[in-house]
Design a protein around this ligand. Structure first.
Ligand code: 5GP
Length: 218
């Protein structure tokens, strides 16, 4: 298998984290790239598991050393993906799933041309509003900030390879999983395809010659 990065984006409250966690539980061929952030941990979040929680100074050091495959300022906090985190998962033979915002996704696609970009749309503005209101107390970002972000994010969906509506969790997880399955058999990703084909064609040549000789005039 030729593992690849899969970037999952959606407006805030769009269910990226839940979808990512379920995919990770269900597919043994996926690893997660733990991002860095300068935001404070939420209740239950573990450093090194959910995020690497850094000070702004630490974040800037990584950035200046060129260690990020992408980074962005989201709702006033820094977020970034370490190149080393992505490479480590790929080197273990697993696809790497990343939950990153639209600015980061565009940078990442530039840095990693084989990446697969998936965008999850909310089923309606009503559902988006309800989801955002649920999350509104979680951090400093106000409902208005999140609505403005969602508005901006929807402007750049054309950068993504796949777009799906996240109406129900299970069908959404199944659809993202089928995208991974389809990408695995994409011709460009198949390792040593030319030599596999050359082998098959060579054997067929041999068989055709043999049959021609067997069936030919005696
Ligand atoms: P949260 O703070 O709610 O976990 O994430 C806020 C936003 O930051 C989400 O849209 C999430 O996708 C995005 N995000 C998380 N990690 C990264 C990252 O490494 N890079 C970028 N660009 N965005 C990220």
């Amino acid at each position: 298998m030729n593992p690849f990065p899969l970037v999952l984006s959606a407006p805030s409250g769009g269910g990226k984290t839940t979808v990512t966690k379920l995919l990770m539980q269900r597919r043994g061929d996926l690893g997660y790239s733990v991002s860095c952030t300068t935001r404070a941990p939420r209740a239950g979040e573990v450093d090194g598991v959910d995020y690497h929680f850094l000070t702004e100074g630490q974040f800037i050091e990584h950035r200046e050393r060129g260690e990020f495959a992408e980074w962005a300022l989201v709702h006033g906090k820094f977020y970034g993906t370490l190149k080393s985190a992505v490479s480590a998962v790929l080197a273990s033979g697993k696809h790497v799933i990343m939950d990153i915002d639209v600015q980061g996704a565009a940078q990442f696609a530039g840095a990693w041309p084989g990446a697969v970009l998936v965008f999850m749309l909310p089923p309606s503005v009503g559902v988006l509003l309800a989801r955002l209101q649920e999350r509104n107390t979680e951090d400093g970002a106000t409902l208005l900030t999140r609505l403005k972000s969602a508005h901006a994010e929807l402007q750049v969906v054309s950068r993504y390879h796949y777009v799906l509506v996240n109406d129900d969790l299970e069908p959404t997880v199944a659809r993202v999983s089928s995208i991974i399955d389809a990408e695995e058999v994409k011709r460009e990703r198949i390792r040593a395809l030319d030599s596999q084909l050359a082998d098959l064609i060579g054997t067929l040549d041999f068989e055709i010659r043999r049959q021609t000789t067997d069936d030919g005039p005696q």
